[in-house]
Design a binder for this molecule. Structure first.
Ligand code: COA
Length: 261
């Protein structure tokens, strides 16, 4: 499929890389890009051979410098609310709930919607030049793609309050110390290191990983008992071919070869 704003590639190990490719706008997320990302994530998720998805940005300067400000500068109250609702539904919640693991390789500025996209991914790895922040209040608005919810989940309420109120940026090592990213590496190492971790994930049972994502996410949904969700997801695993293969391979002292079912 041809896209105008993203590039999609898949390697032999089932790792799909989606690269946001609007370098002249520092990969800012306009409506068309959000639509293309939705399609690419959905397609990769439907593809049984795609085991892990990496999301990153073109170039060495920006992961994503935010939502495209030029698109919404004249929006009304209703249009603003609809922008956030549709964006959350099509991309940010969609990515977080995806059964296929998503890793954000944060290669530069991750601001506003860019940091929100990285936070919707299942975890994050940053290059040492990355700078992260939610600058929306400097524009007279607040984060609308889940930032007020996911940032406190990841860094704690006080740090999230400070980041959102100051509209400031933190560097990669501060993000590491906050737990916002899991690893910081050089620019050159960013994709190889992310691919290495993705490769490790891809050797495990994809259906068990999907059950794990669902159970972890359940604990962050209001009114849902995460422990109960874990029990259900745990039980489900016992009915899968992957479980049979994983336990049999262990008992036969060989490496498991998971069918992914
Ligand atoms: N939306 C639309 N366009 C954006 C953008 C955004 N979020 N971020 C950057 N761009 C565009 C700039 O307008 C500029 O386009 P132009 O060359 O046609 O004028 C181009 O990307 C390069 O950005 P520029 O500002 O010249 O680069 P810089 O190195 O001087 O500054 C940033 C980099 C990231 C500090 C700066 O671009 C910035 O503050 N961007 C907005 C960040 C933001 O507030 N995001 C949250 C949006 S809700």
């Amino acid at each position: 499929m041809d896209y105008n704003n993203i590039l999609v590639s898949q390697n032999d190990n089932g790792i799909t890389t989606i690269t946001i490719n609007r370098p002249s706008k520092l990969n800012a997320l306009n409506t068309e890009t959000i639509g293309e990302l939705h399609t690419a994530f959905a397609k990769a998720n439907e593809d049984i051979t795609a085991k892990v998805i990496i999301i990153t940005g073109t170039g060495e300067k920006a992961f994503v410098a935010g939502a495209d400000i030029s698109e919404f500068a004249n929006f009304s109250v209703a249009e603003g609310a609809e922008l956030a609702r549709k964006g959350q539904e099509d991309l940010f919640d969609f990515v977080e709930k995806l059964p296929t693991p998503v890793i954000a390789a944060v290669n530069g500025f991750a601001l506003g919607g860019g940091l929100e996209l990285a936070m919707a991914a299942h975890f994050r790895i940053a290059s040492d030049n990355a700078r992260m922040g939610l600058p929306e209040v400097s524009l007279g608005v607040i984060p609308g793609y889940g930032g007020t919810q996911r940032l406190p989940q990841l860094v704690g309420k006080g740090r999230a309050m400070e980041m959102i109120m100051t509209a400031g940026m933190i560097d990669a090592n501060t993000a590491l110390s906050y737990g916002l990213v899991n690893h910081v590496v050089t620019q050159e190492e960013l994709l190889p290191r992310t691919q290495k971790i993705a490769g490790k994930i891809s050797r495990n049972s994809s259906v068990a990983i999907a059950a794990g994502i669902k159970a972890i996410n359940a604990g962050f949904i209001d009114g849902v008992d995460g422990f109960k969700a874990e029990i259900d997801a745990f039980g489900t695993c016992f009915g899968t071919e992957d479980f049979k293969e994983g336990t049999t391979a262990f008992l036969e002292k060989r490496k498991a070869s998971f069918p992914g079912k």
